[in-house]
Design a protein around this ligand. Structure first.
Ligand code: HEM
Length: 388
């Protein structure tokens, strides 16, 4: 009896809080027509609905609320687009209104948001994005990097062929880190069995990925972030310091080897030359440069290696899938040569497998952007500050 009265009081308290929350705190929003979505609870909002596979939970919730829905996660508004047309609206039509990212604890690792992934939209961010697109990620840059990728895949294939046992995540991380480091520093960072600074760097990237993927309640209820309730912030600062020290060592080595690159500047040379003739007013600070390099290593290694691992796992667990993929490769490539990137156009089944792996096993946690101004989509209001 004693227990049930307390239980009843607790429910009553929650209902009263919910009433005040909806009717008082949403006052400023009385005339705002938000997209449909689950109502959620006071303080935590719909956080409890995300579960440990947010992509799957959100897809299930979208079945009820439609392709554009609104969720309150903690005290943060978020909209979710879940069909191609709606995704196009946000990623193309409204892209210019969603350029900033929310400031989250993970930004502590990447130079307190002086990098490109978490950095604030402005001249420095535009310069970092322009240079990265021009030299690393844009279509022309990808064409230029094809030889490096092809050579590193060659090293990978030989290493797998010659090994008695293969540590798949380890060997994939090495390949990806080496592809990026050749473009950035003009050297291969990680050699087989390497115990030097390069292998410490790889461990650090793994540490940074693990920390930044952790759920941190302060990112959803910013008013309690200062309490650092899960103690993640200290860990992130520690990782940041280790990374910074290593980055300084790498940059010093790069400066010392400047003579080897005479007339052949790599990405770090270009960044250090302040963007050259880009015409942008703000030269990059050393924190911008180190943050951007960290972005490339974090965003470029773990994402690709975990996606490839998942693809291998899916193929191994489904003999029919593996058989069809093999049949396509035998028919299009044959036994006498290695697959190259230009073959992809003729391998629709392999491409479909990749797309399905991207869909089923997204490599990145939710890394949203924020609306810089009020927007309107399909008759609904998306207030400024909403994440998407
Ligand atoms: C399976 C592989 C990959 C996946 C699934 C992936 C996924 C993503 C996603 C979802 C974003 C956020 C996009 C946005 O908010 O607009 C992103 C951003 C980014 N990715 Fe990747 N990525 C992959 C590989 C790479 C590689 C190989 C690199 C670099 C070498 C890279 C560098 C970046 C950078 C620098 C950003 C930030 C861009 C910005 O904020 O403007 N990613 N990636």
């Amino acid at each position: 009896m004693y227990y049930s009265i307390h239980f009843f009081l607790l429910i009553l308290l929650l209902l009263i809080t919910r009433f005040f929350y909806i009717h008082l705190f949403s006052n400023g929003r009385r005339h705002v027509k938000l997209p449909p979505g689950p109502k959620g609870w006071p303080v935590i909002g719909a956080l409890h609905l995300l579960g440990d596979k947010p992509n799957q939970s959100l897809a299930a919730i979208a079945k009820k609320y439609g392709p554009l829905m609104h969720l309150r996660l903690g005290t943060i508004d978020m909209v979710v687009a879940s069909n191609p047309a709606m995704a196009r609206t946000f990623l193309k039509t409204l892209d210019g209104d969603f350029l900033d990212r929310p400031y989250t604890t993970a930004a502590r690792i990447t130079y307190d948001a002086h990098d490109m992934v978490f950095g604030e939209y402005g001249p420095k961010w535009k310069l970092m994005r322009k240079l990265t697109s021009l030299h690393i990620l844009g279509a022309k840059a990808l064409e230029h990097g094809a030889t490096v990728r092809q050579e590193e895949v060659g090293v990978l294939v030989r290493a797998i062929r010659d090994a008695a046992t293969v540590n798949v995540p380890e060997i994939l991380s090495c390949t990806l880190a080496n592809i990026i480091s050749r473009l950035v520093f003009s050297w291969r960072m990680i050699q087989a069995g390497d115990e030097g600074p390069a292998s410490r760097f790889k461990d650090l990237v793994n540490e940074a990925v693990a920390l930044s993927s952790q759920f941190n309640i302060g990112d959803f209820i910013p008013s309690i972030a200062w309490m650092n309730p899960q103690g993640v912030e200290g860990e992130m600062k520690k990782t940041h310091r280790k990374f910074d020290q290593m980055m300084d060592e790498m940059i010093q080595l790069h400066v010392n080897a400047a003579g080897d690159r005479e007339g052949k500047p790599d990405f770090l040379d270009i960044l250090m030359a302040d963007g050259g003739d880009s015409g942008y007013p703000s030269p990059l600070s050393s924190n911008n440069i180190k943050g951007l390099l960290l972005d490339l290593f974090i965003a470029g290694t773990d994402t690709s290696s975990s996606t490839i691992e998942w693809a291998l796992a899916e193929l191994m667990s489904d003999p029919a899938l593996l058989g069809r993929a093999r049949e396509e490769l035998d028919r299009v490539i044959g036994p006498d040569r290695r697959l190259c990137e230009s073959d992809l156009a003729n391998l629709p089944y392999l491409r479909a497998i990749c797309k399905e792996v991207f869909r089923k096993h997204p490599a990145t946690p939710l890394i949203p952007r924020v609306a810089a101004k009020d927007c309107h989509v399909d008759g609904y209001d998306i207030p400024r500050g909403t994440r998407r």
